[in-house]
Design a protein around this ligand. Sequence first.
Ligand code: GLN
Length: 449
Amino acid sequence: VEASYDQIDRVEDELKSFITLNKEAALAQAKQLDQETNDTNNPLFGIPAGIKDNVLTKGLKTTGASKMLSNFEDPLFDATVVEKLNDAKTVMIGKLNMDEFAMGSSTENSAFSTTHNPWNIDYVPGGSSGGSAAAVAGREVFFSLGSDTGGSIRGPSSYCGVVGMKPTYGLVSRFGVIAFASSLDQVGTITKTVEDNAHVLQAIAGQDPMDQTTVDVEVPNYQDALKDGVKGLKIAVPKEFLAEGVSEEVKQSVLDALKVYEDLGATWEEVTLPHSKYAVAAYYIISSGEASANLARFDGIRYGHRSENATNMIDLFKKSRSEGFGAEVKRRIMFGTLTQSAGYYDDYYHKAQQARRLIKADFDQLFEKYDVVIGPTTPTTAFKIGEQMDDSLTMYANDLLTIPVNLAGVPAISIPSGFSEKTGLPFGLQIIGKHFAEDTVFRTAYAFE
Ligand code: GLN
């Protein structure tokens, strides 16, 4: 724990991974753990961790990187995932930076600061869990939790050269996690290695009576699954994942990875995900609609920032929300409110749900024949800070390859797969499995590593 804070002292001025540090409490907890013996061989005993700042931590400020919650100093309870990590005796180092309410792909939408990519600080770390990925890549913590609605764990993990897992929708509790798009949000794990990742997911997975969307499934022992190798594994590679919009060097990195799998005894075939071309459009309609509903609670009365310049109640709603939300969040609320409104619902929201269904069916069909689907995590390596801030559509396209996975609800991991000769920045390889087949996803990732 001391080493974590030493490293934070060395690099945090440049990286800005954290919104809040928990130093005093963490050092006290570490001292306390020093007195105990880890007689159960718990692999997470005393391990320093960081938590994305949209996950509630009792008594420790939780902001969602929004001005709206900048003074939310004292959450009354821990999210279930935090409770589970406390049970596993990990030590919480601090709360990690992110795009405001998890909306973004670069962590430039944080109300507080921009996190920098540890491989080259002129570049973004990805988003929205940019602080979570940068803190692991920058060796400030051993692991972190993030959340992934359309790619927010896998994207930053790819850009920062770390391992990021988005579990099956329903595997991990969201109780105590600030909601963005409730039919898509999932909490997941960011680590240096696949083995570490499996340990952390093991600790947080499983049904939670406080979250009705969690599923009653037996969670397999992921460590046992790792060692099985990939001999005979059947890999599908969608041609849409190696098509226009994906850079040549990224395509080549995937083909190189597939050679490794061939050498290890797996086979691969090119396949198609014919409806994935609708994924980004469907995602922004669905996620913004859900966000506009979820964020309605921030009205200046029950939660968060309250304007001091209001003259009456309606004015108070207006001014509090105008002052409290950043530009990207406002864009989503307005777009989401439009597409959910009576005159537009059938043309937009209903259509998007139909597209979502077809995208899920495409995956279901592939998993009848193949064990995993493999492709890049992101179309390019990390881009420069500031480069895409004025262009929402280019920014949204960064999630082209991660979004279909959230729409289908299946699990996927991003693992480092080499470095660009042009930029020196890491590539990420995405491995997708069928519902609740995290064990197969981990095993495939471990064999490559
Ligand atoms: N970049 C996507 C968005 O802005 C995904 C974000 C996420 O997964 N939280 O909505």
